[in-house]
Design a protein around this ligand. Sequence first.
Ligand code: COI
Length: 355
Amino acid sequence: MSTTQTNKIEIIKAATSKINEVDFENLSFGSIFTDHLFECDFKNGEWQKPVIKPYAPFLLDPSSRVFHYGQAIFEGMKAYKDEDDAIWLFRPDENYKRFNKSAVRMAMQEVPEDIFMNGLKELLKLDEAWIKRGKGNSMYIRPFMIATGTGVIANPSDNYKFMIILSPVSAYYAGEVKVLIAEHYSRAANGGIGAAKAAGNYAAQFYPTSLANKQGFQQVIWTDDATHTKLEEAGTMNVFFRINDTLFTAPVSERILDGVTRKTLIDLAKSEGINVDVRPVLVSELVEASKNGTLKEIFGAGTAAVVSPISGFSYQDVYHELPNNEDSMALKLKDKLTNIQNKIAEDTFGWTVKV
Ligand code: COI
């Protein structure tokens, strides 16, 4: 191991790299991590010296608040390499802002921008060999923060650990995506933490999603908790519905995550002259549109999922198969988006940021 300092970050390099053990042609999403991680602790009322060090397990006190009260938040971002091997981030400011919004909602410490952004950029530079060029390849970035303060009193922690880990990825969904529309379970409620990227929001979905998996569905589309009549979002992505040639998606709310890919697709679609209607979408409208043949597409949008076409949905035990569209808006928007992210097309929106 060797130690250096960059932008006040201590860098402890791994003695050897694991990169040659990785089969980059057969990556399973989020299961392989690069040689290093970024870490910065908040304790004694201040942020401590940030460090980049070899990726490894670490010790925590069993009474750390994260284990008992679930004070844990995360983000999902991606980095890409262009044909000159320059590294690019996509709208990192949006993830940074949302991270701190989540921190405030979960009564956690906000992370200063220089710690978040410099830590991320230095980590990407150090592990740059792990970022592969070409569409479909990217480096999934997982910034997260956990409560490390000890004691099982049910109060917010005074100490936190902020970390960033990197995972080279290809597609999140390898095959067909069929969804079940929730009739009983909910992802979030008004006044709750649905708009935060809180770890518990995802844990709460695991059980109902596993029931859906057993019935052959990959994901659940959540409906509003009060009436179960409005379509909200899916487990790992926001959702768009194409009825005739208009795209509909639910407005963000206290219950729905303000997805970066979601807002990007809205802007991209509008710039392509596609009519986008952001308003609550009713389950009854979807069923009706499916019956009368005006429902053309449903697709998910998220950092991990990118743009994922959905092949059909089930509601009240009736399965509705979606038509095959030669002029798929999902695929057109996916192409536009990934061309910008991979620096194949000009980024007229100013979304890409060089590392
Ligand atoms: C992302 O798209 O980055 C997410 O956070 C979804 C994740 C649960 C895979």
